[in-house]
Design a protein around this ligand. Structure first.
Ligand SMILES: [Zn+2]
Length: 275
């Protein structure tokens, strides 16, 4: 099967979910004096849809991908946070057998606070397998929840679980949309795929979308604060980093808070009849 068929789910390049909107002709822009047009848009969301964050660990799902999910719920869609592991080896003080359930409970509470669902596949933290079993497990959850949008890890990560998640999701999206693949649920083609701006996945990450998430920023911070690791207890100050990052991204695009997202190269390709 060739690459164009494999990427069939990306063929619609009209950016139907306007919450993730591309430049719109005539839209109000945030152009600074002497700067080229930025391509900003104030387009209103038109098609609330389901957004699914698929992350290696619960912290990634909520801290790096959670604002996009929270916004979609705020706009009238559904939100799902899928973690491929519980991140149970993330604490230097608490044994994995105890930390895993704490992570699960925190994720469930945070998802509930944001009006979303939490799902888990509980592969061993640090050993998420890039296996057909894992790809089909994610495929089945995509078919079950039928998201219009998926946000996941970019492959340029130093963390092996994050890189594994990228590979798993890429193939799971393909499997989910394959009509001839018989699973419990019917096929589902994901409309859009985006990569999250994650401090561990920065190698080659190129922003092409700034999403204004000002309306859900405060709620998102409250949800993230359910996780003890949010405050830096495991060695990284997630609250300071991701909170400040949203401020920085907002400064760049003329809103109070924003998140940066990266699209797959295929998703950026357009067919036009005139330039
Ligand atoms: Zn992680």
């Amino acid at each position: 099967m060739d690459d164009s068929t494999r990427r069939r789910f990306l063929k619609d390049l009209s950016l139907g979910a306007a919450a993730f909107s591309a430049p719109a002709q005539g839209a109000q822009t945030n152009q600074l004096p002497g700067r080229p047009p930025s391509g900003d848009t104030q387009a209103q969301p038109s098609h609330p849809t389901s957004t699914m964050a698929i992350a290696a660990h619960p912290g990634d799902a909520f801290f790096a991908m959670g604002l996009a999910v929270a916004l979609q719920v705020h706009l009238g869609g559904q939100g799902v946070f899928l973690s491929l592991s519980l991140g149970e080896r993330g604490s230097a003080r608490i044994a994995p057998a105890q930390y895993g359930p704490l992570q699960r409970q925190a994720a469930e509470n945070a998802a509930q606070m944001l009006g979303a669902r939490a799902e888990f596949l509980t592969y061993p933290d640090g050993e998420i397998p890039v296996s057909e079993e894992a790809k089909f497990a994610v495929c089945d959850l995509i078919r079950q929840y039928r998201p219009g949008i998926i946000v996941t890890h970019w492959r340029g990560s130093w963390h092996k679980d994050h890189e594994a998640c990228y590979k798993i999701v890429n193939d799971a999206v393909f499997y989910a949309g394959l009509p001839a693949l018989d699973r419990k649920e019917p096929p589902h083609e994901v409309g859009k795929l985006f990569f999250a701006d994650n401090w561990e996945d920065a190698n080659g990450f190129i922003t092409d979308i700034y999403l204004d998430i000002t309306t859900v920023f405060d709620r998102w911070q409250e949800a993230c604060a359910i996780f003890p690791m949010w405050r830096g207890e495991n060695g990284f100050r997630y609250n300071d980093y991701y909170g400040s990052l949203a401020v920085t991204r907002g400064c760049l695009r003329g809103c109070k808070y924003a998140v940066a997202l990266m699209s797959p190269a295929e998703q950026l390709t357009r067919r036009v009849k005139a330039l």
